[in-house]
Design a protein around this ligand. Sequence first.
Ligand code: NBP
Length: 480
Amino acid sequence: ARAEIGVTGLAVMGSNLARNFASKGFVTAVHNRTSSKTDALIAEHGSDGDFVPSNTPEEFVASLAVPRKIIIMVKAGGPTDAVIDELSELLEPGDILIDGGNSLFQDTIRREKAAREKGIHFVGCGISGGEEGALKGPSIMPGGSKEAYGSLGPILEKISAHVDGAPCCTHIGTDGAGHFVKMVHNGIEYADMQLIAEAYDLLRRGAGLEPAEIAEVFADWNAGDLDSFLIEITAEVLKQVDAKTGKPFVDVVVDAAGMKGTGTWTVQTALTLGVPVTGIAESVFARGLSSATAQRAAAKDLPGPSGQLELDDRAAFIEDVRLALYASKIVAYAQGFDEIVAGAAEFDWDIDRGAVAKIWRGGCIIRARFLNRITEAYAEDPTLASLLFAPFFTEVVSAGQDSWRRVVSRAALAGIPTPGFASSLSYYDGLRSERLPAALIQGQRDFFGAHTYKRVDTEGTFHTLWSGDRTEIQEDGQTA
Ligand code: NBP
């Protein structure tokens, strides 16, 4: 028993992660339910590092040094439970079982509790970066106990991405905190992608640019404040020409966006927690609309403007779109961090938002230059009530808001949908409004359902006798 770490589940993510461990010098035990995948990994990459392959769970567990550390990389849900059940029978108190899949954080809370009762450390661990990240250095978001992180952390930190010498891996919080933060990461990723897609649509349909020209615009943006993995790959995708037809690749792809569920979880959780993650929600709904192909086909005769903009200064418009994208992106991140704060309060996690921003700087899909600014903002004020209140971000949004408003209004006039840009702007204006029309909603609620309201000038809870003489009573029955 000499393996320092084990990986079970050798599909694309697991095998790349195992290769990453081995390449960093760890003796790596590998196992997969179907042993042909294990054999293939050893045949192709066995000489790249010190692998210990096993065909059965028993052999696999026996090949690991105590306390054992096993990463499960199988399909989330039932398969993950099946593997946990099987391994739990073979493990001993003190061993560490890590779920590196995209599990729902509530499942992780449940699994951690069950494992703890057996003396086993269970670490729900968010891993972002896709295939390439798993192989070359992902962003890693482990939950579980501090004690488990003490021995597991150094191994994970070694295989994670590094930015400025710092690992993109930190202990997020207990039980499900790691998977929760990974979930929000994916939600922000949805919003980021939607905003980029809206910018593309505005430049394509609105300004009449060709995909190759827009690729240049994105490559140019990637050299500035918007420097990020998603902007970079957007330029690459837009540059691509379809070999079969010679058309831009983006024009031969069916415009129905898929999803695997983490965006939906982020929004469902936010709804339960009462956090307005409007940017993330709109991005999930936009994918839903894109996939409603029959309804969209039936809607093609609905009247409206053509989507073309009358532009006298195209360069100025492109700059407006860039600033609108930047401001909307800040809102999406601000909302995501609000969800993390609400989740931490609800589930009793101590999450350092600055540390989260720091480990998102490299390895993961939302890695971006401006995460440095988020880290700095939380370092300056760890209790910041909204990212929008950090001086740097207040300034960026303030400098960009005329552009943002122009883009949203012009898009509305031209008939180009901008659910991400527009909802983010509405959120921003809602947040900064001194009075909101919610007062009227309270009145309506009191009218039809006696739901009561509070007054701006007097303590207490009030109700107006709407169907009677419309006098106001205090909740205790006294006339106010
Ligand atoms: P998949 O999600 O496609 O899962 C395939 C693996 O699960 C295979 O090893 C398969 O074994 C195993 N498996 C299944 Br299915 N049912 C099993 C069972 N009942 N018992 C034992 N093993 C079982 O693999 P993936 O795309 O590599 O992703 C792994 C995890 O990482 C997932 O949770 C995913 O959400 C997450 N993730 C993926 C990405 C990505 O970019 N793909 C990124 C971040 C996180 P078999 O070979 O015997 O069928």
